[in-house]
Write a protein that binds this ligand. Structure first.
Ligand code: HEM
Length: 325
């Protein structure tokens, strides 16, 4: 009989913990003992105590729902949900255009590089539809809390540019509206793009002249871009059982919800108070693509996928396929 490994382990090299299964991810995401990383407080602290002020990050952190719990979280989550409702018709157009783009690329004979021809345009389109602002890749990195000072400075400068752009293009916005615009320029696009890239890569990997309609298209994504959620203990370190008696910070491997038998695949969008506000849109777009692909008359050959070069989400930098009759 093989000995089962403990559920939680220290993920080198940072001494941060991680779960091994979907059950472990569920336990942490629903536990009252864990809260979001206090990154808003962190940026305030390093500014006031050490004079290291990343002022644009510090500002947007006050509006980042993933950096807050309790009352402030409820306020900004409501603000974010209202903001998204106000751009619902732009998002409908985005969805229709994205389905059309994917269907066109996958139904004409010839070679396609899916990242530059499909994934990047989708990320640009959704950022623009949500905000009227341009897409700046890499900003989602502020969620991780493990950026070097150099990387943080670059992220801060980019947020500064987006604030300026927002004020130029939308001078009538009040402070909250500007913050929401800037927030959504940095949140949503990359998780969606990375999830599409990884899902295409999972479905197409290794296939040779196979009918597209015969691939295992399901209404849930086969892979997820944002594979981790981040939590810290609310008060003192938490005892999570064998070998994990003092857990303070944990990276929650939410990709387990797609990998473990019997897990709830919808939990790839998070659970509870912080569950994803873009879940409906992301699934609706995917499901329209799936409906289309199930009747796609063409064949597909996977030519190659290149190693990820993106800093935050681990999706291939290029996915080459050939479409044929
Ligand atoms: C397939 C694409 C996407 C995936 C896999 C995804 C995944 C997630 C996950 C796992 C969380 C929870 C993180 C946590 O608990 O720490 C989350 C939160 C969030 N997502 Fe998404 N997301 C996607 C697309 C989007 C889009 C397109 C938007 C915007 C329209 C969006 C907006 C948000 C917001 C605002 C939150 C924070 C909610 C809160 O803290 O209250 N997401 N997402």
């Amino acid at each position: 009989m093989t000995k089962t490994q403990p559920e939680f382990y220290k993920a080198a090299p940072y001494g941060i913990w991680r779960n091994r299964s979907a059950n472990g991810a569920f336990e942490i995401l629903t536990s009252p003992d864990f809260i979001q990383l206090k990154l808003a407080d962190y940026y305030e602290n390093i500014a006031t105590r050490f004079g290291r002020d990343f002022k644009h990050i510090r500002y947007i952190s006050r509006y980042q729902p993933l950096f807050h719990d309790g009352t402030r979280h409820r306020e900004i989550r409501k603000m974010a949900a209202t903001y998204l409702r106000d751009v619902a018709s732009e998002l409908e157009d985005f969805e229709a255009q994205s389905v059309a783009l994917i269907v066109t690329k996958l139904s004409q004979p010839g070679r396609v590089e899916l990242v530059s021809e499909v994934v990047v345009p989708i990320m640009q389109k959704i950022a623009y539809s949500m905000t009227g602002l341009d897409f700046y890749p890499g900003l989602i990195a502020i969620l991780s809390g493990t950026n070097s000072l150099k990387a943080t400075k670059k992220i801060d400068e980019t947020f500064g540019k987006i604030f300026e752009l927002s004020k130029q293009r939308f001078p009538e916005d009040d402070e909250d509206k500007t913050a929401m615009r800037v927030l959504f320029a940095a949140l949503g696009s990359e998780p969606m793009g990375a999830t599409f890239a990884l899902s295409f890569d999972t479905l197409f990997s290794g296939v040779k002249r196979q009918p597209i309609s015969g691939l295992p298209w399901e209404y849930t994504f086969p892979a997820t871009g944002p594979g981790m959620a981040f939590r810290q203990c609310r008060h003192a370190p938490v005892n999570l059982g064998e070998g994990a008696q003092d857990v303070s910070v944990i990276d929650v491997d939410i990709s387990r919800f797609l990998k473990d038998d019997g897990a709830n695949r919808n939990h790839m969008f998070g659970i509870g108070a912080h569950a994803c506000l873009g879940r409906g849109l992301s699934l609706s777009l995917w499901q329209k693509v799936v409906d289309n692909m199930r009747t796609n008359p063409m064949k597909i050959t996977h030519i190659s996928s290149s190693q990820p070069t993106h800093k935050v989400f681990d999706y291939p930098s290029e996915i080459h396929v050939e479409i044929s009759e």
